[in-house]
Design a protein around this ligand. Structure first.
Ligand code: MF3
Ligand code: CO
Ligand code: CO
Length: 260
C-alpha cells in the first residue's frame, strides 16, 4: 500500500482546499437547527462552494452520489444523502461531511452538530469520537506508522465502551479524492505504513454507541447505518505529514493544534 509524496506546490494547493472545506463547515453551523431539512443544508453549502468559493463539491456525481454534501443523522454512520422528506428535530445529532475540489486538489472534513438540546449520552459519544480523531492526529509524524494511529483510536473508543466501525476508513487524498493508503481506525502500534514528510491523508473515525456492525441501505445504495439502530458519530480532518509532525489542513477556528 503505497502513498504518494506531495510536492511543495501540491501541498500549497491542498492547504487552500483544506481551508475552504473548513470554511464551509463554519458557514453552515448556524443553519443546523430544529426544522431545517438536510436538503436545505445541502443547497446552502452547494451555493456557497460554487458561487462564493468557486470550488467544486466533490461528492456531487462521485460514483453517482446525488448531492453536494453528506448528512448523516443519528444512527446513520456515513454517506447520508440530504433529503427534503424529513426535517431535523430537537435532540438529533448530525455529521456534515464536506469535500471541495479547488485548483484540482481535495479538502475533506466533517464534524458533528447538535440539533437544539441533545441528550448527554449522545454528546458524550460525539466528544469521544472527536477525542479519537485528535489522538490519531497526535501520532502523525515522520517515522510513525498507520498502525499507531489506528491503535490509539481503537483504544480510546474501547476505554469508553464504544465500538469502532471497520468497513469504512480514512484515505490518502490529493488530486484524487480517495487514494492509497487506507487509514484504518483500529490496528497495532508499530505496524503498517511508515509515515513520511509530504504524505497527505484523512483520519475520520466512526464510533458507534452499540455494536460496530453496519448495513448499507439497499434502496439508495449509499446510506450506511448501524445494524442495531443505535447512534454513531464521526469527525474528519485532512492532514499533511511535515518534517516534524503534522499540519491539519482543515483546521477550524474553534480548534487549535498547538505545537505543530
Ligand atoms: N467525504 C467522504 C469521505 O470522507 C466521502 C463521501 S463520498 C460520497 O471520504 F460520494 F458519499 F460523497
Ligand atoms: Co474522507
Ligand atoms: Co469526508
Amino acid at each position: 500500500m503505497a502513498a504518494s509524496i506531495k510536492t511543495t506546490d501540491e501541498l500549497a494547493k491542498m492547504r487552500v482546499a483544506g481551508r475552504l472545506a473548513a470554511d464551509v463547515l463554519e458557514m453552515i453551523g448556524p443553519y443546523v437547527q430544529p426544522g431545517v431539512t438536510t436538503s436545505k443544508l445541502d443547497e446552502i453549502c452547494h451555493k456557497f462552494m460554487v458561487d462564493e468559493q468557486q470550488c467544486i463539491p466533490a461528492p456531487l456525481d462521485y460514483h453517482g452520489f446525488p448531492k453536494s454534501i453528506c448528512t448523516s443523522v443519528n444512527q446513520v454512520v456515513c454517506h447520508g444523502i440530504p433529503t427534503d422528506k424529513k426535517a431535523l428535530k430537537q435532540g438529533d445529532i448530525i455529521n456534515i461531511d464536506i469535500t471541495v475540489i479547488k485548483d484540482g486538489y481535495h479538502g475533506d472534513t466533517s464534524q458533528m452538530f447538535c440539533v437544539g438540546d441533545v441528550a448527554s449520552h449522545a454528546k458524550r459519544l460525539m466528544e469521544v469520537a472527536q477525542e479519537c480523531l485528535y489522538l490519531g492526529i497526535d501520532k502523525v509524524k515522520p517515522g510513525a506508522t498507520l498502525g499507531d494511529i489506528g491503535f490509539v483510536i481503537q483504544q480510546h473508543a474501547a476505554e469508553n465502551y464504544y465500538s469502532v466501525v471497520r468497513e469504512y476508513c480514512g484515505h490518502g487524498i490529493g488530486a484524487v479524492f480517495h487514494e492509497d493508503p487506507q487509514v484504518l481506525h483500529y490496528g497495532k502500534a508499530g505496524k503498517g505504513l511508515v509515515l513520511e514528510e509530504g504524505m497527505t491523508f484523512t483520519i475520520e473515525p466512526m464510533l458507534n454507541a452499540g455494536k460496530r456492525h453496519v448495513k448499507l441501505n439497499r434502496r439508495d445504495g449509499w446510506t450506511v447505518e448501524t445494524t442495531d439502530g443505535r447512534l454513531s458519530a464521526q469527525w474528519e480532518h485532512t492532514l499533511a505529514v511535515t518534517a516534524t509532525g503534522v499540519d491539519v489542513l482543515t483546521v477550524r477556528s474553534d480548534e487549535s493544534f498547538n505545537g505543530y
